[in-house]
Design a protein around this ligand. Structure first.
Ligand code: HAS
Length: 563
């Protein structure tokens, strides 16, 4: 543990660390990259919606798929990963501390991820890697595009192992003590991330990079797609879990309450690691070449992964109600009035929670096999993920930024910045209402996703879709204004707000809470069950895919087809 650290006793139940200047620098470095990414990715989003309205073409031959690739890669893969790694490091630093050596490895993680990001971005900007964030084969990018992405993943693995080490060292010095909730949650999320990203790493390093370098002439499309979605679904939980960390363990403090149940929160995270990985086939339900029995198995597992989110909804309602009643608010919904509506640190994540109600319902529709046939590959799916990741997760991350950034830079959230934050949240919500709402409806009437308007704009059906696309452009423009506003607020919070001490809210358990059962920290058991579930859901169908791939002829060669 860092020698210069002093434990600050904030509560009878919690020993929290004061973050040192040196570690704050590291955590902020990750946040800076994510803010820059938001600005670049948001601008690309605006251009896309305007292009899709049918009234605009880009200069210099810049193509629709090029900006769609920048938008997807920079927002979905880069901005999120940098924010999450930085935020999680701060949670670990706060709850279990960080040593000098771990800090050094944290910087190595940062630089590896940054070099990877720059490499990939340059390749997309040069126009030779417009393969979208899913980089489905047989679309082929420049080898450096994949090498850059591999570096981002390797960097995040380094961060993950630093986090594992941080908890391990803490455990050694606190034998028989329950690990802090933040640290427990971060380790679950990073364990899930490492297990899941192994799939995409194997696909990229073993199959795609040799093929893009011309070392192999063909590639097995279904294998690469399957490995991508083995990673792709847990990827969405990798985004969601840090938002849950804030909902379970930060929001109760902000509203003046306490954690509803430490055990429930841990159980929800354990269920999320179990069921988030063996479900990738629900992205491939319409794909030939996968046995329908195994699609059915993975659909059942997908419905299991809904359970921890329902538990989270229950815990949040309970936190809000219990806190309100303790403060003396009565009646069936009277407790709602106690919530700090004017505090953006609460308001932004709360709107994110609200968005997750339709967002989650949309996910359940997607996962329902027959209904998936209606929405798959339509712009409904784009509407779904703009409600989930771009509203629920993003608004929660924005809410975190309002206290985390000033805490790390030694400044304070002023009343006027708080007010601007509320306006920003409302603008974001309005923009998303227009954009995601019209995407959902256009999807139901058959509007395709990921489609360049110039290729289908002349068709009769496209004339009916134009109105939805105009709504999307209006929504996109409002969202762009909201993006500029959040970047402005963050720059103010990082460099210009008054110097001071902004609190790092860490929620505490009820003083008379039941002790958390020890078995909830049985890592061997949880990781063991996770691996068993993955092997159950993937082994037979994967062998099947390889054995039944048509040999030789592209684009479906046998895995061993080679040159
Ligand atoms: Fe999804 C496609 C199924 C959740 C993101 N999803 C996507 C894609 C993305 C994405 C990016 O089964 C597109 C990928 C691509 O490019 O092709 N999704 C689900 C299911 C869930 C789900 C079952 N998705 C998410 C989350 C995401 C995300 C979270 C990002 C963060 N999704 C699918 C399927 C597809 C799909 C198919 C493939 C579609 C296709 O055909 O291509 C579930 O996890 C959802 C469970 C959620 C709930 C909601 C709980 C509500 C809570 C809020 C409580 C509110 C409170 C407020 C307390 C059950 C916790 C208080 C309110 C007061 C009034 C006081």
């Amino acid at each position: 543990m860092a020698k210069e650290k002093k434990a600050l006793i904030t509560d009878t139940l919690n020993d929290n660390f004061i973050l040192t200047k040196r570690e704050k620098k590291l955590y902020m470095a990750f946040i800076y990259v994510s803010i820059i990414s938001l600005l670049i990715g948001g601008t690309m989003g605006l251009l896309q919606t305007i292009m899709r309205s049918g009234n605009f073409t880009l200069p210099f031959g810049i193509g629709y798929y090029q900006i769609l690739t920048v938008h997807g890669v920079i927002l979905a893969l880069v901005m999120t990963t940098f924010f999450i790694v930085g935020f999680q490091f701060s949670l670990m630093g706060k709850s279990v501390g960080i040593s000098d050596k771990q800090l050094k490895w944290g910087w190595i993680a940062f630089w590896v991820m940054t070099i990877g990001t720059l490499t990939t971005t340059i390749m997309i900007l040069l126009g030779n890697s417009s393969v979208l964030y899913t980089f489905y084969t047989p679309l082929k990018a420049h080898p450096l595009f994949y090498i850059g992405l591999a570096l981002v993943i390797i960097g995040s693995w380094i961060a993950a192992f630093v986090n594992f080490r941080q908890l391990y060292v803490w455990k050694k010095t606190h034998p028989n003590e329950k690990s802090p909730l933040f640290a427990f949650m971060v380790v679950i999320n990073m364990a899930m991330w490492v297990i899941a990203s192994l799939g995409v790493a194997i696909s990229v390093v073993v199959l795609i990079i040799p093929w893009s370098l011309g070392l192999t002439a063909t590639i097995n499309v279904l294998v690469t797609r399957t490995l991508f979605w083995y990673f792709g679904h847990p990827l969405v939980y990798f985004w969601l879990l840090p938002a849950y960390m804030a909902w379970y363990a930060v929001i109760p403090k902000i509203i003046g309450g306490r954690i509803f149940s430490d055990s429930l929160a841990r159980m929800a995270f354990i269920l999320l690691i179990f069921f988030s990985i063996p479900v990738g086939f629900h992205h491939q339900l319409t794909e030939p070449g996968i046995d329908p029995t195994w699609k059915f198995v993975q659909v059942v597992l997908t419905f299991m992964v809904v359970v921890p989110s329902l538990m989270t909804a229950f815990a949040l309602f309970a936190t809000f109600e219990v806190t309100g009643r303790k403060k003396g608010f009565t009646g069936l919904f009277g407790w709602l009035r106690h919530l700090p509506w004017k505090d953006v640190r609460f308001f932004a994540p709360f709107v994110g929670m609200l968005a997750f109600i339709p967002g989650g319902a949309g996910g359940i529709i997607n996962a329902s096999h027959q209904m998936n046939a209606v929405v798959h590959n339509t712009i409904w799916v784009t509407g779904h993920f703009h409600l989930t990741v771009a509203t629920t997760v993003m608004l929660t991350f924005f809410g975190v930024g309002f206290w985390l950034i000033p805490h790390l830079t030694g400044r304070t959230l002023t009343k006027s910045l708080n007010r601007l934050g509320i306006i920003q949240t409302l603008l974001w919500t309005l923009g998303m209402f227009f954009m995601s709402g019209s995407m959902h409806i256009q999807g139901l009437v058959g509007g395709p996703r990921r489609s360049d308007f110039s290729t289908y704009g002349g068709t009769e059906q496209a004339q009916d879709w134009v109105y939805y696309q105009i709504f999307q452009a209006v929504g996109g423009s409002i969202l762009f204004i909201a993006t500029l506003l959040i970047v402005y607020i963050y720059v103010k919070l990082a460099f210009f707000a008054p110097v001071g001490e902004e609190a790092f809210p860490v929620a505490e358990e009820e003083l008379d809470a039941e002790p958390t059962p020890k078995f909830l920290e049985n890592w061997y058991l949880w990781i063991g069950i996770t691996i068993a579930l993955i092997l159950f859901a993937y082994t037979i169908p994967f062998i099947d895919i390889i054995n039944n791939s048509p040999p030789g002829s592209p684009p479906f060669p046998h895995l061993t087809g080679g040159k």
